[in-house]
Design a protein around this ligand. Structure first.
Ligand SMILES: O=CCCC(=O)O
Length: 471
């Protein structure tokens, strides 16, 4: 762990094993921190806030950019760490790190543009001045599927805004987080500004929820845990951002460029072995193009090479663990029992004791199937058909989730109509990979609160204050 600029152990001396999902081998162990370590991290962040928050944005940007360049210089090494603890192919790990780093450079600049406002007063002898100020200590709880990007997406705007942070990375993927924080210290980011505590999620999370010095909680993970954190944060009325579950529909209209749609859905569905919150979960294809779409989609999925992410040429790595595999199997069994037909894949792959699963396509999907109503979080692509635009919009919106949706069409009016009607925070219009640092990533309904990325993303770490001046 890293607390107050130092690499530290935990009081209990207990350890958590880190397992490579490609081999099921233990590759490292990290301290199992708890309440004591979580408190120490907040002590450090709270103390560091006093000096960090009054630095100029320019000074903070210089340090953030040094961190950016160190990540860039060490990208291959960090990517290997990520692939070994998380499983994703090395090329995806490098892609994630470039994306993660782009949040650091983007926010290093954006921190310089935290503009206030002056508001004309209704009293002739008054002036109103609006200030934006850092919220204070930020607690970031991050998931295993993006071990770097989910951290920088939170802490880059937080630090640029003048906040300090305590991070709890997922127990499956703490090594990338530790490496990133080590590099931050090497870059000269002062001690206490960025702290990482590994260990018991419940003990650490509860400690931070109860601590009123923590003024902001930011979390990416399941809707179930997000709801618990939201309740916990209410005790001390913290600001919160939640990036929760998704159940993305991928709509292919009859006028779509089918090759482009297939390319889009392959990326959107199978990257990270289907384990991203904006992965396509259910596909709706116009009934007139079903046969040709399914043929091309199956052919493309068949080309994907499954293997250890460290091996050259691997397209799809292992899933994170057995639990993840079981959920995919459950969704496939349920779909088959309800009339689904397996066009491609469908089975676990026995390779080096790892958690591999074939990219799987199921046709004849019905709205009553688990995979059409719940987030699968794995490489399963159910394809359903539809007849009219109104019908598909209604079916796409019929979900408690509202994170990302995808639409493929070449008709401009239709593209705009559908994009406006989809109840989702992100719409990929002829675009299967919409995530970038300058755009406001986030969900509607039970997919979350707040936005990460773009100028919206820094507001999450700022308080608005107005000064009423009588002259
Ligand atoms: O899983 C959530 C993040 C997905 C992305 O960054 O595109």
């Amino acid at each position: 762990m890293h607390i107050n600029g130092e690499s530290v152990d935990c009081e209990s001396k207990e350890l958590i094993k880190v397992i490579n999902p490609a081999t099921n081998q233990v590759i490292a162990a990290v301290p199992k921190g708890g309440k004591a370590e979580a408190e120490k991290a907040v002590d450090a962040a709270y103390t560091a806030f006093k000096e960090w928050s009054v630095k100029t944005a320019e000074e903070r940007a210089k340090l953030l950019m040094k961190w950016f360049y160190l990540i860039e210089e060490n990208i291959e090494e960090i990517a290997r760490i990520m692939t070994r603890e998380q499983g994703k192919p090395l090329k995806e790990a490098i892609g994630e790190l470039n994306n993660a780093n782009s949040y650091i450079s983007w926010y290093a600049e954006e921190g310089k543009r935290i503009y206030g406002e002056t508001i004309p007063s209704s009293h002739p002898n008054k002036r109103i001045l609006v200030l934006k100020q850092p919220v204070g200590v930020v607690a970031a709880i991050t998931p295993w599927n993006f071990p770097a990007a989910m951290i920088t997406r939170k802490v880059a705007p937080a630090l640029a805004a003048g906040c300090t942070a305590v991070i709890k990375p997922a127990s499956q993927t703490p090594l990338t987080a530790i490496k990133l924080v080590e590099l931050a210290h090497l870059a000269g980011i002062p001690k206490g500004v960025l702290n990482v505590v590994t260990g018991d999620a419940r003990a650490i999370g509860d400690t931070w929820l109860q601590d009123d010095r923590v003024r902001k909680l930011t979390f990416t993970g399941s809707t179930e845990i997000g709801k618990q954190l939201m309740k916990g944060a209410a005790e001390t009325v913290k600001k919160i951002s939640l990036e929760l579950g998704g159940h993305a529909p991928f709509i292919v209209m009859d006028d779509a460029d089918i090759d482009k749609a297939v390319e889009g859905v392959i990326g959107s569905k199978f990257r990270n072995a289907g384990q991203t919150c904006i992965c396509t979960n259910r596909i709706y294809v116009h009934e007139s193009i079903e046969a040709v779409f399914n043929e091309k989609f199956s052919q493309a999925a068949k080309q994907l090479r499954i293997g250890n992410g460290l091996d050259q040429g691997t397209d799809v790595g292992p899933m994170i663990d057995l639990h993840a595999i079981d959920k995919v199997k459950e969704h496939i069994d349920d779909a088959i029992s309800k009339g689904g037909e397996v066009l491609q894949g469908g089975s676990r792959v026995n390779l080096a004791d790892g958690y591999y699963f074939e990219p799987t396509i199921i046709s004849n999907a019905g709205d009553d199937m688990l995979c059409m109503t719940e987030e699968t979080f794995g490489p399963l692509a159910p394809v359903a058909t539809f007849n009219t635009e109104e019908e598909v919009i209604e079916r796409a919106n019929n979900s408690k989730y509202g994170l990302a949706a995808y639409v493929y069409t070449q008709n401009l009016s239709r593209a705009i109509r559908i994009s406006e009607k989809l109840e989702y925070g992100i719409v990929g219009l002829n675009d299967g990979l919409p995530t970038v640092a300058q755009a406001p990533f986030g969900g509607m309904k039970e997919s979350g609160l707040g936005r990460e990325g773009g100028h919206y993303g820094i507001d999450e770490y700022l308080e608005v204050k107005y000064v009423s001046i009588s002259i």
